[in-house]
Every structure is written in structure tokens, then in C-alpha cells.
Design a protein around this ligand. Structure first.
Ligand SMILES: [Zn+2]
Length: 386
């Protein structure tokens, strides 16, 4: 499909030119996609944020009234700050068969392919509709897709199958881990550091909690193993820490962050409960003996469900066939697939580009990957037509 390739490249150049770093509005990009679809006679629906600064977009091609196939991707990209690029990250630049630009791989390349195929999808006698489901704020905890998923089966049709086009080099990913992040805040009492018995040292108590977390980390390493993942267990990390105010003051504030990457089926809340119980029995009573105002709060700040493909949906063998693959993969990064699945729409992850290029300086998508993706979508249309 040489025409589709040219169209996809052109569309990718347009999409990359919108600076949709997660902190910024994606509305200009959404407006562009709406106009493009309208040009092909397709109406799209927005699911906007309350302040109207961002929106997801949902559109359908083909028959109405039957559950269809959704092509899903996020419109936001990670920042370029601090990265050294050889060309302007927001100007798609072709060099040696590669298309360079922020988001080319993760994942505007997939969006461009899906949009480029719209005229082809329209031409087909589709037996079931093909939906486009474009989200925002994926890169900041998969938060933007959630209001759209909440509308599926209500204002928007619930897709039968969802194809999440995160970069897999068109391999088939049928499982990923689920990240959960926590913020722990401790409040002690200030005192001159020469008179520590008059204060409560928040940093010292934070180290106790961290000690308990490090124990948990060791237990998780020795616990359930799934060799499809690297590392093959639920991992736990302390990710951030900050505390104290001066070199001669018993520190009042301390906070730290920790996260896990849970295997599918792992219950992250067991760790939440355990750390809270530890704080209640091993920290707070002692802290409050000196300072009744002492406090510890442990709050999950973001959770993306782990994902394992819904076997009964048939989406795995179908995607393997369409992608010309004979085995599936499991990955440690996360996607919106688990959220779609929890919302009642079985999902699979398969898209162009290599995750190694995502988020980096000189991010690129090879033309070969773009073409592989267009062929995949062509075969998907064949299947939807039959
Ligand atoms: Zn992505």
C-alpha cells in the first residue's frame, strides 16, 4: 500500500508537530484528528477533562450497533527537556529509513497508521466497526484513558477487542506488570540536635519503614516467579526521599516514595496493609510518646493494573495470525491494555517501533515498522470484512 505509507508519513509529521508533552493541552492535535476524520465523513466524540484542556477521542468506521475492533493509542508524549537531539524533536525528520521525532515511536506512529487506513477501512464492507480510541496522559500514570473507558458500553460502544499499539515491533504482547506507587509522609517534632530526646526524628522513623520495605523486597524476589518477565518476580523499589531542614535540627518532615511492578494476579494492597500495620505498631506509639502530633501517612498515588490477555476472547490467536507471529511476549513496562480489559474490553498490545527508542533523544520509527503496521491493519480489515 504505497499510498497508505505516504499518507501515514504525512500524518505522522503533522502529529509530531503538535507538542503534546503530557503537561500541555492536546486539544490542537485532537482538533486536527477531528477535522481529518470529518474530511472522510466520520464524526468523532470527545471525552474532555473538566477544564477542557485535554480530551480523548473516539470514532467509529463501519456498521453501527455491533461491537467492533478498537485501535487504541495515547496522544501525549514524554518531555524532551535535558535530552540532546540531532534534529528538532517536533519536526519529523527522515534519515536513513528512519523517521525521527518525539512520539514517532511512542506512539504517534501507530495513530498515524490508524488514521492513514481510514479511507481503506471506509472502502471495505466491514461486518463489524473499527473504532479509534485516542487518549491523553498515558505517560503520567495512564490516567487520561480512564474517563473514556468509563463511557464504554454507555455513551460509547464497548469494543469487542482492543488493539493497543504501543511499540512492540509488531510482536504480540499478551501480559505486562502493573505499577503501583506510594507516597509516605512522616511528621516528627523539632528539637535542637544536641537534645534529641526532646524531639521525634522523622528521618529515623522513615528508615524503619524503609527497612520493612527492603524486607518485603527480598521476600518478593524469593516469591512467585514468572520466567516470561524480566525480572521474573514482582519488584519493589524505594524511588525518592527527602527530609530534614537543617544540620543541627531534629528533622520534623520526611517523605519518601516507593513503587512495585506487580506480576499479573499479584495483590498490591497486601503490601499497603503490611506497611500500615508496621507503622501502627512499630513507629507511631513511640513517636507519640514524645509528640502526640506525630503522624505517618501512607497513600497509593497511582495504580495501573497488571495485564494478562483474556484467553476466552480469542484475541491472542487472532493477533498472532494478523501479525504473522508464532509466539507472544510479556513485558515489564505498562500500557492501557489492563485498564481496557478491566473495563470489559479484551485487549492486546501490538504496535510499530521498538520500546528501546521510546522516551529517548533521537526517538525514531523505522519506515519498515510503519509499513509492517499498515499491513497488519490491512489484514485486520480483511478479518473485519469476512
Ligand atoms: Zn506509550
Amino acid at each position: 500500500m504505497p499510498d497508505a505509507t505516504a499518507t501515514a508519513k504525512e500524518l505522522l509529521a503533522r502529529l509530531v508537530a503538535f507538542d503534546t508533552v503530557s503537561a500541555k493541552s492536546n486539544i490542537p492535535l485532537i482538533q486536527f484528528v477531528e477535522d481529518y476524520l470529518a474530511g472522510h465523513g466520520i464524526a468523532a466524540q470527545r471525552v474532555p477533562t473538566p477544564d477542557g484542556q485535554k480530551a480523548s477521542l473516539f470514532a467509529s468506521i463501519g456498521p453501527t450497533g455491533s461491537p467492533g475492533l478498537a485501535l487504541s493509542g495515547h496522544t501525549d508524549v514524554v518531555p524532551v527537556a535535558g535530552q540532546s537531539w540531532d534534529s528538532d524533536p517536533f519536526t519529523l525528520t527522515e534519515r536513513d529509513g528512519r523517521l525521527y521525532g518525539r512520539g514517532s515511536c511512542d506512539m504517534k506512529g501507530y495513530l498515524a497508521c490508524a488514521l492513514a487506513m481510514v479511507p481503506e477501512f471506509k472502502r471495505r464492507r466491514l461486518q463489524l466497526p473499527i473504532h479509534l480510541a485516542f487518549s491523553y496522559d498515558e505517560e503520567v500514570g495512564c490516567t487520561g484513558v480512564r474517563p473514556m473507558i468509563a463511557e464504554l458500553g454507555k455513551r460509547l460502544p464497548l469494543p469487542r477487542l482492543v488493539f493497543v499499539g504501543e511499540p512492540t515491533e509488531m510482536g504480540v504482547v499478551d501480559a505486562h506488570k502493573g505499577p503501583v506507587r506510594w507516597r509516605v509522609e512522616l511528621t516528627g517534632r523539632a528539637a535542637h540536635s544536641s537534645m534529641p530526646h526532646l524531639g521525634v526524628n522523622a528521618i529515623a522513623y522513615a528508615t524503619r519503614l524503609i527497612g520493612e520495605l527492603l524486607l518485603m523486597e527480598e521476600e518478593l524476589k524469593a516469591g512467585d516467579q514468572d520466567p516470561r518477565f524480566d525480572p521474573p518476580f514482582t519488584s519493589l523499589q524505594i524511588t525518592q526521599i527527602e527530609g530534614g531542614t537543617a544540620s543541627n535540627v531534629v528533622p520534623v518532615p520526611c517523605w519518601f516514595g516507593w513503587e512495585i511492578r506487580g506480576l499479573p494476579g499479584f495483590d498490591p494492597m497486601q503490601l499497603d496493609r503490611r506497611l500500615k500495620a508496621y507503622a501502627l505498631t512499630n513507629c507511631l506509639p513511640q513517636m507519640r510518646r514524645t509528640a502526640p502530633e506525630a503522624a505517618i501517612t501512607i497513600a497509593a498515588t497511582n495504580q495501573v493494573p497488571a495485564y494478562a490477555a483474556d484467553v476466552a476472547s480469542g484475541i491472542v490467536p487472532l493477533t498472532l495470525k494478523l501479525a504473522g507471529q508464532n509466539k507472544t511476549n510479556a513485558v515489564s513496562y505498562c500500557t492501557e491494555a489492563g485498564l481496557f480489559q478491566d473495563g470489559g474490553a479484551p485487549a492486546i498490545v501490538c504496535g510499530p517501533g521498538n520500546i528501546a527508542q521510546a522516551h529517548t533523544a533521537n526517538e525514531f520509527l523505522s519506515l519498515a515498522e510503519l509499513e509492517k503496521c499498515l499491513s497488519f491493519l490491512g489484514r485486520l480489515a480483511d478479518w473485519a470484512e469476512a
